[in-house]
Design a protein around this ligand. Structure first.
Ligand code: AMP
Length: 277
């Protein structure tokens, strides 16, 4: 695996790749969730490019940009073991040179859920993903269902801007006790780590209720809220029962829905979701 930093180097290495190119964008501090994307890309594509870039423009000033965990040596080893061909680790200066002022925004689907709590987040995501796509020019790009809204937003952008890229969304990888893997789980102390299982427990309870015939959107939201609120160490930020593609909140009986939430465990903000129906 070759590791490169600058866009000219990336373009030169990209030009040498024959056949289909898969791309796995990440912010690093890799876990099995990221690696599941890289493995799938290696299975499906002749060559795979991964990027590690803690993108400053998707963090609000109050968020954890400075403390976001990093371990490039370990990440490189893991990606190499999986079979990734090129690792691109751009610097913030490379991506946002002095005078930078160009943004890509996606409209309706970024206003709700994560976008309502983090108003500048998706503008940062869509801008950086556009820049990464332009440089890597992959045929396929791999994202995780863990960030369900991000997947919807990227699909929308790829369709709207006619990127010749197939977006592949991979299932959420979880710990044995249900906690969705996240680089931010490292912020949790042992008690918080235990309490954090309430996110997946509440979503699973809602899925079970759905399978048992409870299709009322309001009641599904209420069930999740009740379970999370019973855990004193966890504070719910939002709970949603939304259309999986438009992300608009659903009312009354639902056939298919994205149940998603954000919650704080201490200072750590966690998200999780499940699709029912
Ligand atoms: P991040 O480094 O957090 O930006 O994540 C990079 C990619 O990995 C995104 O497409 C995430 O959705 C995906 N990802 C993160 N955690 C998981 C997980 N637990 N399971 C599957 N994919 C994940």
């Amino acid at each position: 695996m070759k590791t490169i930093t600058t866009i000219p180097e990336l373009r030169a290495e990209r030009a040498k790749l024959n056949g289909s190119v898969g791309f796995v964008p990440t912010m690093g501090y890799l876990h099995e969730g990221h690696l599941s994307l890289a493995r799938r890309a290696c299975e499906e594509c002749a060559s795979v490019v991964a990027s590690i870039f803690v993108n400053p423009t998707q963090f609000a000033p109050s968020e954890d940009l400075a403390s976001y965990p990093r371990d490039l040596a370990r990440d490189s080893r893991l990606l190499e073991e999986v079979g990734v061909n090129l690792l691109w680790t751009p610097t913030p200066d490379e991506m946002y040179a002095e005078g930078y002022q160009t943004w890509v925004t996606v409209d309706e689907v970024t206003k709700v859920l994560e976008g309502a709590s983090r108003p500048t987040h998706f503008r940062g995501v869509t801008t950086v993903v556009t820049k990464l796509f332009n440089a890597v020019q992959p045929q396929k790009a791999y994202f995780g269902q863990k960030d369900a809204q991000q997947a919807v937003v990227i699909r929308r952008m790829v369709q709207d801007l006619n990127f010749p890229i197939e977006v592949i969304v991979c299932p959420i990888v979880r710990e044995p006790d249900g906690l969705a893997l996240s680089s931010r789980n490292t912020y949790l102390n042992p008690d918080q780590r235990q309490a954090a299982t309430v996110l997946s427990r509440s979503l699973n309870a809602a899925r079970d209720a759905f399978l048992a015939g409870e299709h009322d959107a309001h009641k599904l939201r209420a069930l999740i809220t009740e379970i999370v609120n019973a855990e004193p160490m966890v504070t719910l930020e939002y709970i949603s029962c939304a259309h999986p593609d438009t992300l608009q909140e659903l009312h009354g009986a639902v056939e298919r829905a994205l149940l998603s939430m954000a919650a704080r465990v201490g200072k750590t903000r966690l998200i999780d979701n499940i699709v029912v129906g």
